[in-house]
Design a binder for this molecule. Sequence first.
Ligand SMILES: [Zn+2]
Length: 546
Amino acid sequence: MGELVLTNGKIYVERGAFAQAVYAQDGEIRAVGSNEEVLKAAGSAAKVIDLKGKTVIPGLNDSHLHLLNYGMSYARADIIGVTSIEEMIERVRKFVAERPEESRNGILSKGWNQDLFTGEKRMPNRYDLDRISTEVPVVMVRICGHLAAANSRAIELLGLDKQMIEVSGGTIETDENGVPNGIFAENAMNLVTDLIPRFTIEDTKRLFLKAADYAVAHGITSVQSNDIGNTSTSMEEIFQMMHEIYDEGLCKLRYRHQVCITDLETFKKYIESGEFKNGKYKDPRRLALGPLKLFKDGSLGGRTAALRKEYADDPGNFGVECISKEEMDEFCRIADENGIQVVTHVIGDRAIADVMESYEKVLRDGKNPLRHGLIHCQITDRQMLEKAAKDDILISYQPIFLDYDMHIVLDRCGKELGSTSYAFHTADKLGIHVSYGTDCPVEGCNPFPNLYSAVTRKDQKGWPEGGFFPEECVDICEAIDAYTIESAYQEFSEDFKGRIKEGYLADMVVLDRDIFTCDPMEIKDILPDMTIIGGEIVYLSQEDSH
Ligand SMILES: [Zn+2]
């Protein structure tokens, strides 16, 4: 295998420590130090690249996203960021006109958010979507993925125009006459999304690889991706597809499954399955089986995050609980018995507190050896974070969520609770293992706007000037460490991944400017010049390839 030497760089080793050069051989880092030291260690066959002073950081590792969903979004009309129902309808109509083959048997998109509407801030209903089509089902999922609007044809196909049904853990909203208005929330959402024809496996593969290319071009070298249970493609099909992709060497990006399961029966079946039992994972440093992923609550934007106090802007509403405490306990008990890590989507403070209680029941001597974690963990107070620290419970944050949430969290939860939420710095100071991810495609998977959010706590337009509760800003080293070594910790690979050190995997990103000294406002605009995975250059920017 190839040998690679990078010289004349500013190579981030750890807080306060930089090296000039690095030598990689057989996928691993063999030497880090001065040009002289490193060149002496390298073989004469090594390819040497002069970085001319460029900054290098370890390859970034997104600790929670949905990469396949992101890929699939290329084949759907883009409705993210629409500022009115009208604009959403126009965008979808245009997509349908341009790509009728993608829309022949149904139309699905994801990304609207009524809080971003500039005029009337209501959710779209069936009659709005009837303006896209009355012939085929039209389903428009809210950005949070917890709620969807469907057209009249979808309602008719489900027979809901004749008879209403109850869905446990979900809501089918009705108007004053008891007729469905087109809004389907939480567990009821699948009823309508299931009406849309699925992608073929070949399409799915192509779209996944497209998304992986995008991630690598933006400095991502590892993902912890929840694709199982998150699309209409079945668990078996996705497992099989990922094996094929990696067996055939089609993808360099390192991938760890987060397996989303919503009921205990499926979980038990999964544990009995060959996938789990006989370890088909030949090279787990490339493709690995990861944790069970659970959902405890909804989203703050949709007012379905589970809160302890009612929503400040929606009295009487405490949010939604996707699974009960008893079920959560049972999931954790079975996971513990089988040595399975658990990570849970928790946004509201009630969801976080309840899930921590379930985790606490399976701690061993007060420790958390399976590294159970909280994904999102947005609405918190000091006490909750202290408890997470004491129980050694991990947190996977998405700092970029602040970009939108800082505009609504005080309305939803009040100032006091808002001030202790998204507490990135406090969590670090308490010694919690904090990793970063994007939850893409809720946000893009480009890590640089995400690092910018963590460091500045400003939105992408630079608001507010001083940052949103700036005492929770982290410095750039904290942010990079969360995105690298701490993301590796979440996947039990901190001994060989996430640092530019001898014996570690040679995953590195050469940046187009110095992230440590540039104006923090510029961090969001940084692009990689080069991405290296396992000592192999897998991405080179146009400029550098000339
Ligand atoms: Zn997610």
